[in-house]
Design a protein around this ligand. Structure first.
Ligand code: BGC
Length: 234
């Protein structure tokens, strides 16, 4: 462990509307200012890689890179990217970034990374993220079940959680209706997972106005980046 004492991590959160970066010290504390750029449209791999490079060039020094990607990721390779572009499917993001950065890179699902930054490691902990998409991550005593895709499962009225609670629909139906739906979603997720804790993150979590049960907590959007340190623990 001694040699890792000064290792710094560039943490990257790729989202449907913004790409964000921050540098973390060996303990996971931010040591740079968080920076964000709009996600380019169309959101194909190359322009997003360029945005990451642009953001990274303004950051402090770092020795390794952690990335949260908004889709299913297996061994650094993208399998789904519903809110970006189909060109991502099959793209080896970890290899492409390690070539660009010439540093070790680890890539996981964005909700998984956010969850890693939020959980206590005790009991059943569920994390959902409210942003462009609906992200989800499940942990049992701190162990992650990777790539849980609750967002695309049927929720109500023949629609998925993402179709009922994603950003596009929030803008369409308004905050009140969206909050009522969220209340139903929380109840439905509790029925299914019987979680000890539910954490709600993502860019739209600040629009939550309903009263939350005592085991449900809003987490800051920064958690999506802070989780980056945990990718190196195993
Ligand atoms: C994707 C998930 C992702 C979520 C939040 C969903 O559309 O399928 O993998 O975690 O959006 O970005």
């Amino acid at each position: 462990m001694e040699e890792n004492i000064n290792v710094r991590t560039l943490s990257v959160d790729i989202g449907g509307s913004g790409v964000k970066v921050i540098v973390l010290d060996a303990k996971g504390n931010p040591i740079s200012k968080r920076r964000r750029l709009e996600t380019p449209k169309p959101a194909t791999p190359l322009p997003i890689l360029n945005k990451i490079a642009e953001l990274a060039s303004n950051q402090d020094e770092y020795e390794r890179v952690s990335v949260g990607f908004p889709g299913v990721v297996r061994l650094g390779k993208v399998e789904t990217a519903v809110n970006l572009h189909p060109d991502w499917i099959g793209f080896d993001l970890a290899t492409a970034l390690s070539k660009n950065f010439k540093r070790p890179v680890r890539v996981v699902n964005d909700a998984d990374m956010q969850g890693l930054g939020a959980i206590t490691g005790k009991g059943i902990e569920l994390v959902v993220t409210l942003g462009t998409g609906f992200g989800s991550a499940l942990f049992v005593d701190g162990t992650l079940l990777p790539n849980l895709e609750m967002g695309h499962h049927r929720f109500r009225k023949g629609e998925s959680y993402e179709e009922q609670l994603g950003r596009t629909v929030l803008e369409k139906v308004g905050q009140n209706k969206w909050n009522k739906r969220l209340k139903k979603a929380i109840a439905s997720l509790n029925h299914l997972f019987n979680y000890d804790y539910l954490y709600i993150g993502g860019g739209e979590a600040k629009k939550v106005t309903i009263e939350l049960p005592s085991n449900v907590k809003i987490i800051p959007n920064l958690t999506g980046l802070l989780g980056g340190i945990k990718l190196w623990e195993s």
